[in-house]
Design a protein around this ligand. Structure first.
Ligand code: GUN
Length: 290
């Protein structure tokens, strides 16, 4: 079998086009959806992610209130900025790009963002709402994965989904979303403490890989016809590239594409969906205001 390669770029462009239409409707009512992306320091991956978010904001016609602060910014200064943005009625979403410099407590910062503007879905109130199925902001990458599965026409109900990774950003929330009634998977969560990973992944109909390490999932670890969603973004040195590196996922793509029914590429799979769902959350926040 040779897999269908799920085009996340294409699906994300469709989501952004829907968002752009709704943004122009809101603007007619005098509301301009607005997101503040806060970046502290110069982490190259973070700079690149934030640039991608700003490009998307421009494309969907939202107001960009992004702030780039120096590495030396104190926790107090960052918390003060968040307070100001919380109090500013023209701002609908606040996102602090992670990771933060070591001298700043990430948990404190996430907790400082008003849950009404938490378009990342990282605040404990958002996490709690997700957990018990109340309306709230869904975290962007997990939500993007569900939308990708749906738009690719993949049957999920009654299927066995295996998630590799237990992070707060991906592994834990995507496991909960996959198990929700509207997706209806049976979910197994694997992590670094899992002893018989290949035995478990070979039983999976759908595998979401968010381990943060290349080569986590190899061809011999999946059954014929499985669906593989690769959330990994790893920079590996490549002297043939101008940047000196290229991106690979957490999966052995070339190996897996011969055995799976559907697979997401890196780049161009889950990544663009994360940004598209951020635009959708910001729109939702502005609509709630309206
Ligand atoms: N760093 C890596 N992924 C993310 C994300 O989805 N949101 C934020 N705020 N930081 C990140």
């Amino acid at each position: 079998m040779s897999a269908v390669i799920i085009d996340g770029k294409q699906v994300a462009a469709e989501v952004r086009a829907e968002v752009a239409n709704k943004v122009s409707e809101l603007k007619k009512k005098g509301i301009a959806p607005c997101l503040a992306v806060i970046l502290v320091g110069e982490n190259p991956a973070s700079v690149s992610y934030v640039t991608g978010k700003q490009k998307a904001l421009a494309e969907v016609g939202m107001v960009d209130r992004s702030v780039h602060l120096p590495e030396s910014t104190s926790e107090e200064e960052l918390l003060k900025l968040i307070d100001e943005l919380n109090a500013d009625d023209s701002v609908h979403g606040i996102l602090v790009q992670l990771p933060l410099p070591k001298h700043i407590n990430e948990e404190k910062v996430i907790m400082a963002i008003s849950p009404e503007k938490d378009v990342d879905g990282f605040h404990p109130v958002s996490v709690g709402n997700l957990m018990i199925g109340r309306p709230g902001f869904l975290p962007c990458t997990p939500h993007g994965i569900i939308v990708l599965l749906k738009k690719a026409g993949i049957e999920t109900s009654g299927k066995h989904a295996v998630v590799i990774g237990r992070s707060n950003i991906v592994g834990k929330p995507v496991s909960i979303l996959l198990a929700r009634k509207d997706v209806n998977c049976t979910v197994t969560m694997c992590h670094t403490g899992t002893k018989n990973m290949a035995e478990i992944t070979r039983q999976a109909d759908i595998i979401v890989v968010a381990s943060g390490h290349p080569h986590t999932l190899t061809g011999d670890m999946v059954k014929e016809g499985a669906v593989v969603i690769d959330v990994g973004v790893n920079r590996i040195p490549d002297s043939t590239k101008k940047s000196g590196f290229r991106l690979i996922g957490d999966c052995d793509f070339d190996d897996l594409k011969e055995k799976t029914s559907f697979i997401t590429p890196v780049p161009g799979g889950v990544g663009p969906m994360t940004i598209a769902m951020l635009m959708q959350n910001t729109l939702e926040s502005a609509e709630r205001k309206a």
